[in-house]
Design a protein around this ligand. Structure first.
Ligand SMILES: [Zn+2]
Ligand SMILES: [Zn+2]
Ligand SMILES: [Zn+2]
Length: 429
């Protein structure tokens, strides 16, 4: 099959990828398995290190007590990537905290590079070519990088003594910098972070705050989906960051993490900034300041205090801040999540429903986040027996998801099943 994309030189941006032929919205442009990947701290203990399935009960590696698997066959499949890492993890067991996701990921790449048989196959971009942006770093960042590569060296010390066989240009600090600028968060279909991985060819994609493509994962496989019709030779773009942030915050994150200034039309016009920060400034500042604490409660699964906090902040202010304000919106989502975990379905639906209009405002195009949120709300409606409403919402979710996730994605299949079930229940009612 002819490749739908090709490497090119994008004006003002350097390397990029563009459509080799016309592409329709919903088409899968490219799929890739990672060059290297790890389950992130967020997913540890609930995600299989091999297939990235999420399960309540997993088997733990008896040696390092860090890696988890569905079963013996997943453990066996992961062994070539885990074998040397397992020893490093064992050595650091009492100091497990220093092993950050990026330390683990870079270490896996080092093992790969030191294995003489390693081959890159059909990648459009090589590890040596990846940008490290070391020259653009502030002194403080460079110091941080030095610290991280020192940690990496401690982590690797029993397994790798001699780094002189590393390919030229790939000393530890540069490799570390390359990986942090170029790795992607791997999420499940519902957009929850589960891991981090390096997909070399995909590192050629440039950023746009309103991109024409999205990355969706099925396990560890990355699928690049077109969310718009794209003419031949047009550049393919993704968003490197959560775009539901005011332009100034987006620019800051892009500069700090990726070392460039976004010139996209959304940034140029500061589009939606006014909506994002609408309402009484003092009130939404309080909401914004409360978010880290509430997210901490969420991590600790303390649903009751979490819900109380959210309720006080979103319901206690009259109309001072509209639901479309991004901090108010975040609180509504957190309130919905707490309610679901407490089994308070009616209330969860109220909060969920309030998010939909702001979601449509921020994702006026087909976006995976819109599909997932519509599905969540539709699920609640269905559960509460509001079948017609549920059917309508799920149908809207489906229209978006078949483009953003593709018809074959497991979540799209699940949604199709829900629609059929809803229809069957309606005809019996
Ligand atoms: Zn598995
Ligand atoms: Zn292990
Ligand atoms: Zn932008």
């Amino acid at each position: 099959m002819a490749r739908k994309l090709e490497r090119f030189c994008s004006e003002g941006k350097g390397n990029g990828l563009r459509a080799a032929l016309p592409i329709r919205a919903g088409e899968q442009i490219f799929t890739a398995e990672p060059y290297a990947h790890v389950v992130s701290k967020n997913g540890m203990g609930t995600t299989c290190e091999y297939c990235f399935s999420r399960r309540k009960t997993l088997l733990r590696c008896s040696q390092c007590k860090t890696a988890y698997y569905c079963n013996a066959s997943c453990q066996k499949g992961a062994w070539p990537d885990h074998r040397r890492e397992c020893k490093c993890l064992q050595n650091l067991l009492p100091h497990k905290k220093i092993v950050t996701d990026s330390v683990r990921l870079v270490a896996r790449i080092v093992f790969k590079l030191l294995k003489p048989s390693s081959c890159l196959g059909e990648e459009l971009y090589s590890l040596t070519e990846l940008e490290s942006h070391v020259a653009d770093m502030s002194e403080q960042k460079e110091e941080g990088l030095g610290l991280l590569s020192a940690m990496l060296q401690i982590y690797l010390k029993e397994e790798v003594i001699d780094f002189s066989h590393m390919p030229p240009g790939l000393d530890l600090p540069s490799l570390y910098a390359k990986v942090t600028c170029n790795s992607f968060t791997i999420s499940d279909g519902e957009l929850q972070e589960v891991g981090v991985g390096l997909y070399l060819s995909m590192s050629l994609l440039n950023h746009d705050c309103r991109p024409n493509c999205v990355m969706i994962f099925q396990g560890t496989k990355l699928c690049l989906q077109a969310i718009q019709d794209i003419p031949a030779l047009e550049e393919l773009t993704i968003s490197y960051i959560d775009t539901r942030m005011p332009s100034e915050d987006r620019q800051r994150q892009l500069r700090d993490q990726y070392h460039f200034r976004c010139q996209c039309p959304c940034c140029a016009s500061a589009d939606k900034d006014v909506d994002m920060l609408a309402g009484d400034r003092e009130v939404w500042r309080t909401q914004q300041d409360a978010l880290p604490r509430i997210e901490e409660l969420q991590d600790q699964q303390q649903w009751e205090p979490m819900l109380e906090h959210c309720q006080a902040l979103v319901d206690g202010n009259g109309d001072a801040v509209p639901d479309s304000n991004i901090y108010a919106l975040k609180l509504l989502e957190l309130a919905q999540d707490a309610c679901i975990n407490l089994g308070q379905w009616e209330k969860a639906l109220v909060y969920g429903t309030r998010t939909l209009q702001p979601y449509r405002l921020y994702y006026p195009y087909l976006h995976p986040a819109l599909a997932v949120q519509l599905m969540r709300v539709g699920k609640l409606q269905q559960y509460l027996g509001r079948l017609e409403e549920a059917y309508g919402t799920l149908q809207q979710a489906y229209d978006v998801m078949k483009v953003t996730h593709g018809c074959e994605h497991s979540l799209t299949c699940e949604l199709r099943g829900m629609l059929q079930q809803c229809q069957a229940e309606m005809s019996h009612a």
